[in-house]
Design a protein around this ligand. Structure first.
Ligand SMILES: [Ca+2]
Ligand SMILES: [Ca+2]
Length: 194
């Protein structure tokens, strides 16, 4: 028997006083339940939102590990080469692939030619580790060391060169004219790109 029926003997006034109080309690319980449901929904929504936010954040954070460069890396792994692309995230045109050097990305010889100069927006170092395993990218031709940026093999790749500057402070995007394999010790502190 519901508790409000255990009012036998009490006055009508008391009874009517108890019932609204009881209803009120039930109502509060329902409200509390509804509130809990609502809270749960909000938590669920918050979790979903957080998930989306985390995903959204994860992309830029691992943008250095962009999907294009990541996919390209996985297709060959460490194969002894340096690569450069006209677009960001190892996209656009693959300008060149080589285990060697090229003193002029704008001439008609070697792995990089013609319009390859001043065009690269992403680069990859999948060279073998040890010795001259760092790729120095130069602002000028002929490995002019007044302006360069060094990419370590452990960095794997730079998916957007616009984040980096040569040692002369020029932005590296669409500005590389030559490259050479060098030792890490040949690169100045602060010249490493990522
Ligand atoms: Ca470009
Ligand atoms: Ca060349």
């Amino acid at each position: 028997m519901p508790p409000h029926h255990r009012t036998t003997g009490t006055t009508r006034v008391h009874h009517t006083a108890v019932v609204p109080a009881f209803r009120s309690t039930r109502h509060r319980v329902r409200l509390a339940e509804a509130e809990q449901d609502h809270t749960m929904r909000k938590l669920t929504i918050a979790a979903v939102t957080l998930g989306i936010a985390a995903f959204g954040v994860a992309v830029p954070v691992t943008a250095q590990a962009g999907t294009g460069c990541n996919t390209n890396w996985n297709s060959h792994g460490r194969d002894g080469n340096v690569r450069a692309w006209s677009g960001t995230d190892c996209g656009g045109t693959l300008l060149g692939v080589t285990p060697g050097n090229d003193p002029n990305w704008g001439d008609s010889a070697g792995p990089f030619q013609g319009s390859d100069a001043n065009s690269a927006s992403s680069v990859m170092n999948s060279g073998y580790v040890g010795g001259k395993d760092v790729v120095a990218f130069y602002y000028w031709t002929n490995y002019d060391d007044t302006a360069y940026g060094c990419l370590k093999p452990g960095e794997l790749y730079v998916d957007d060169l616009a984040r980096n500057r040569f040692t002369n402070n020029a932005n590296m995007n669409d500005n590389i004219m030559s490259h050479a394999w060098v030792t890490a010790s040949a690169c100045a502190p602060g010249s490493f790109i990522s």
